[in-house]
Design a protein around this ligand. Structure first.
Ligand code: F6P
Length: 563
């Protein structure tokens, strides 16, 4: 599976899709009118997720050709190689085994991947047990700070995959947090090297009841190490006359694959939770990187989250292609991106608690597939890695939906909703009691309907609209959406949703022949930041090495900086 990738554009299926796209005139109104079975045929179940692709721009011949493309490129073989633990992350020479993070402890011997002869399932569960034990001790108050106070705030210090997943899930699972007046625990997150982040996050906290989790896969990330040092200084300043080593031991734990560096930082190795280089940062929220979440929601709920991930893994691994939801959604994105010219993809959760989900997906999808070369170094040769973005509905409706409804660009969108609200509330108005969640869901349904079926000029006229403004009030329709709905936002459903997007990202990368598990594109900026740093601080030699634009910006900075 590390052989040269198949060039998708050289396949018969690609030619078929090109021909289909050439004469493609989507007409969702007609497709729905003429085909009574469309909704049933294009609605799928994956775990607890009900996924309706009927409002997408799919016709049977397109679907057939997309499935043929997956077969001709070898997506299933690559998927199986990933699950087996083959080194499919070629440019870093690593296996890709985030799916092993959620394998049950009693997984049968023949289904337990091993890396270099090591049973990874056993390793995963050893660490999980330690994380759970730690979480229990913090939650029960058995773990105290250096002055004997119980921990009331956990601050995760990390960035990218060591931040986005924990933040997103902490927000999404708010109803599952331990938040009693006596034993409540808040989590906060520091990621940005902008000192504002540490300053504002620490404001108002009591060092005696604050515990820091330094989360960094490499333990070499400038932002995280700088913030960890700032937090250590804040802690020791705030605690006054205590033994600093003991204070760090009681107030700092770490999560990393580089346990030697954790020890160098002064964190007790007994307070460090490891993971492995076969887990990509953006695929790590279900490893020990989720320790802050495990503290917030408790081991039992964290285990439910892992079980949700595993449910979707099993679906992706075993469901037949024609009913395999991550595969179908990934292929649909290929159709939109490579054949219909879509540049972006919106993810619009109709669930306020999922407000950080689009941000989380941005790293997952764009750090994975935002690449121009394939895993053998050859050019991708087609468009790859669309821009993922989004905001929760209905806020997005009052901001950018105008462009999705009437703009000139094709913007496929995933709409995500839950049958049951996390916080049921009723609105009493004019003697009527209204379920506010139903008002919310009405919007979810109305938007996808408007996007699909639009409003013709005749329909606009029939409302008595003045002829001059008819064009401005027409909705063309045929704007594709996928509706995803689940019973409620449980830890398991969240795990299923995340794994769904992991696997559709995998599918797209496999079609393009991309190594979706490296991230070399982030390196140059990091390198240059090291070089520019001294120039900002006044090093003339370093300044002379900068380009004229950078020099001019530094000059502006020097002129305006108050000392
Ligand atoms: O710079 C990108 C990146 O390497 C991401 O892939 C990763 O999630 C993030 O930085 C943080 O890295 P680490 O967990 O090693 O601190």
């Amino acid at each position: 599976m590390t052989d040269a990738p198949v060039d998708p554009t050289s396949t018969a299926a690609w030619s078929d899709l090109t021909a289909l796209a050439a004469g493609f005139e989507p007409d969702l109104r007609r497709w729905f009118e003429e085909d009574a079975g469309r909704v049933e045929r294009l609605t799928f179940t994956a775990g607890d997720l009900h996924v309706d692709l009927s409002k997408s721009l799919l016709e049977e011949p397109v679907l057939v050709a997309l499935l043929a493309l997956a077969e001709q490129v070898g997506v299933a073989e690559r998927r199986d190689a990933m699950f087996r633990g083959e080194r499919i992350n070629v440019t870093e020479d690593r296996p890709v085994l985030h799916t092993a993070l959620r394998l049950p402890a009693d997984t049968a011997p023949g289904e337990r991947p091993s890396v270099d002869g090591q049973d990874v399932v056993a390793d995963v569960h050893d660490v999980l047990r330690r994380v759970y034990d730690f979480a229990d001790r913090v939650r029960s108050g058995a773990w105290t700070g250096v002055t004997g106070m119980r921990i009331r705030t956990v601050v995760n210090i990390g960035i990218g995959g060591s931040d986005l997943g924990p933040v997103m899930a902490y927000e999404a699972l708010a109803p599952y947090r331990q938040d009693g007046p006596e034993d409540g625990i808040d989590c906060r997150f520091i990621s940005n090297i902008d000192p504002t982040d540490a300053a504002t996050t620490l404001a108002g906290l009591d060092p005696a009841s604050t515990l820091f989790i330094v989360s960094s896969k490499t333990f070499g990330t400038l932002e995280t190490l700088t913030n960890a040092r700032l937090c250590k200084a804040w802690l020791l300043d705030g605690l006054g006359s205590v033994d600093p080593e003991e204070a760090v031991r009681k107030h700092f734990v770490a999560v990393s694959t580089a346990l030697d560096k954790v020890a160098d930082f002064g964190i007790d190795p007994d307070n460090a939770f490891g993971f492995w280089d076969w887990v990509g940062g953006r695929y790590s929220m279900d490893s020990a990187i989720g320790t802050s979440l495990a503290v917030a929601i408790g081991p039992e709920r964290f285990a439910e989250l892992l079980a949700g991930f595993h449910t979707m893994d099993e679906h992706f691994r075993t469901a037949e292609p024609a009913r395999n939801v991550p595969l179908l959604m990934g292929l649909l994105n290929i159709w939109y991106t490579n054949f219909l010219g879509a540049q972006t993809h919106a993810v619009l959760p109709y669930a306020q608690l999922l407000h950080r989900f689009p941000a989380y997906l941005q790293q997952l999808t764009m750090e994975s597939n935002g690449k121009g070369v394939r895993w053998d170094g050859s050019p991708v040769g087609t468009d790859s890695g669309e821009v993922f973005w989004g905001e929760p509905g209905t806020n997005g409706q009052h901001a950018f939906y105008q462009l999705i409804h009437q703009g000139t660009r094709l913007i496929p969108a995933d709409f995500i909703a839950l049958a049951n609200p996390s916080y049921p509330l009723r609105d009493e108005q004019d003697g009527q009691s209204v379920d506010v969640h139903e008002l919310f869901l009405a919007n979810f349904l109305a938007q996808t309907r408007a996007l699909a079926f639009g409003k013709t000029a005749d329909e606009v006229r029939a409302e008595g609209t003045a002829e001059a403004v008819v064009p401005a009030r027409v909705f063309t329709g045929n704007r594709p959406t996928t509706s995803i709905i689940a019973p409620e936002l449980t830890p398991s459903v969240l795990g299923q949703l995340v794994a769904l997007y992991e696997h559709l990202t995998f599918t797209q990368g496999a079609i393009w022949g991309i190594d979706s598990f490296d991230q070399w594109g982030v390196e140059l900026g990091k390198q240059l930041a090291q070089q520019v740093g001294p120039a900002i601080s006044g090093d003339a030699e370093a300044l002379a090495e900068q380009d004229p634009s950078t020099q001019a910006l530094i000059a502006y900075y020097q002129e305006h900086r108050r000392r």
